[in-house]
Design a protein around this ligand. Structure first.
Ligand code: SAM
Ligand code: SF4
Length: 323
C-alpha cells in the first residue's frame, strides 16, 4: 500500500497520454497551442502499461486516462483494453473534451472503460467557439449522448467556471442534468494556464442557485469525492460543485499523476516532478520503478497554498499535466 507522510492512502493514478489537443481552451492553451514535446519524449503505451502494472502491485486501484486530449492519440481504444485487463485495475476512467467520443464510445465501453468525464463549459454554440476557439459543440453533445447510451456510469460533465460565466448558463446546465443521465460538476478555475488569477470565480453563487431548486438535497457519496453533489427531484442526473480553492480537499487527496512526457507529479501544484521516463528507459527493473512511485508518495506535499485570487500558479500547462 502507498501511504504518504500525512497518512493518506494513495490509490489513484492519472495518466496523461498526450500533450496534443484538438481544442484551444482559453484557460488551458494559447491560440497557437503549446510547444509540443517530441514524440520520442512521450511515454509509449507499453511504458504506460508497465507503470500501471507496477503501481497496481503497490496498491493503486483506480486509473484515469487524460491528456491533452486522449482521443487524439492513435490506438487509445486498444490501450484501454490492455489497461482494463490488468488485474487490480478496479476502476478505469477517461477525461475527454468529448470530440470524437460519439464514434468510439461503444468501442471504449467494450474495451473496459467504466467512467467518462466530459469537459464542457457552456452549451451555447457561440460561447463554446469562443472558449475553445473551435466550433465543435454539436460533436460534444453527440459524444455525451453516445456515452449515456453506451451505459458509462457515471457520465460526468466538467464545467470549469470561467471569468464571466453568464448567469443563464448555470440554468442551461441544470437543464442538462434534468434531461440527461449525467452528473454535471461545476469546477472553480485554478490560477494556472494562460489566464491571470483575477479570473477566479467562486462556486458559492452557483451553490446558492442549486440550493434554490425545489426538491434539492445533498447526495450521499459511496466513495471519497472532491465534489459536493446534489440530487434534485425530477432530474435524470445530478449536479455537483468542486471548489479546490474556497473549500480545499487536499486532506482527501489520493492521487499521483504521470505527465505525457513521463514525469510523476505528486500534486497538481508541485514545483518538482520525478523523472520516471529515465528509470523506464535506462532498463531498470520493476523494483526501481516501484521505488520512484514510493518516493513520489512519501514526498507528496500536505496541500497546495492557493487562495482565492492569489497563491502560486502551477508551473506547467494543464494540457501536459492532464487536469
Ligand atoms: N482534454 C481533456 C479535457 O478537456 O477534458 C483532458 C485534459 S484537460 C487538461 C482536463 C481537465 O482540466 C478539463 O476538464 C479542463 O477543463 C481542466 N482544466 C484545464 N485548465 C484548467 C484550469 N486552469 N483550472 C481548472 N481546470 C482546468
Ligand atoms: Fe484541450 Fe482539454 Fe486543454 Fe481544452 S482543457 S485545450 S480540451 S487539453
Amino acid at each position: 500500500m502507498l501511504r504518504d507522510s500525512f497518512g493518506r492512502l494513495v490509490d489513484y493514478l492519472r495518466l496523461s497520454v498526450t500533450d496534443r489537443c484538438n481544442l484551444r481552451c482559453l484557460y488551458c492553451m494559447p491560440p497557437e497551442g503549446i510547444p509540443l514535446k517530441p514524440v520520442e519524449e512521450i511515454l509509449t503505451y507499453e511504458e504506460l502499461l508497465r507503470c500501471v502494472r507496477v503501481a497496481v502491485s503497490l496498491g493503486v486501484r483506480k486509473v484515469r486516462v487524460t491528456g491533452g486530449e486522449p482521443l487524439v492519440r492513435g490506438g487509445v481504444v486498444d490501450f484501454i483494453r490492455r489497461l482494463s485487463a490488468i488485474p487490480g485495475v478496479a476502476d478505469l476512467g477517461m477525461t475527454t473534451n468529448g470530440i470524437g467520443l460519439a464514434e468510439v464510445a461503444g468501442a471504449l465501453r467494450q474495451a473496459g472503460l467504466g467512467r467518462v468525464n466530459i469537459s464542457l463549459d457552456t452549451i451555447r454554440r457561440d460561447r463554446y467557439a469562443e472558449i475553445t476557439r473551435r466550433d465543435r459543440l454539436p460533436d460534444v453533445i453527440s459524444g455525451i449522448d453516445a456515452a449515456v447510451r453506451e451505459g458509462f456510469s457515471p457520465v460526468k460533465i466538467n464545467v470549469v467556471l470561467l471569468h464571466g460565466l453568464l448567469p443563464g448558463e448555470v440554468d442551461d446546465f441544470l437543464g442538462m442534468a434534468r434531461d440527461k443521465r449525467v452528473e454535471v460538476r461545476f469546477i472553480e478555475r485554478m490560477p494556472m494556464g494562460c489566464l491571470p488569477s483575477e479570473g477566479y470565480v467562486s462556486a458559492d453563487r452557483i451553490r446558492d442557485r442549486i440550493l434554490s431548486l425545489p426538491g434539492v438535497r445533498e447526495a450521499r457519496s459511496e466513495e471519497p469525492s472532491a465534489a459536493v453533489r446534489y440530487e434534485v427531484r425530477g432530474f435524470a442526473g445530478t449536479v455537483g460543485i468542486i471548489s479546490p480553492i474556497s473549500r480545499k480537499f487536499c486532506s482527501d487527496c489520493n492521487r499521483l499523476r504521470i505527465t505525457a512526457d513521463g514525469r510523476i507529479r505528486n500534486c497538481l501544484f508541485a514545483r518538482e516532478t520525478l523523472d520516471l521516463r529515465s528509470v523506464l528507459r535506462r532498463g531498470r527493473g520493476d523494483r526501481e520503478v516501484a521505488a520512484i512511485f514510493r518516493k513520489a508518495v512519501i514526498t507528496k506535499p500536505e496541500g497546495h497554498d492557493l487562495c482565492a485570487g492569489g497563491g502560486s500558479p502551477a508551473t506547467e500547462p494543464m494540457s501536459r499535466i492532464g487536469g
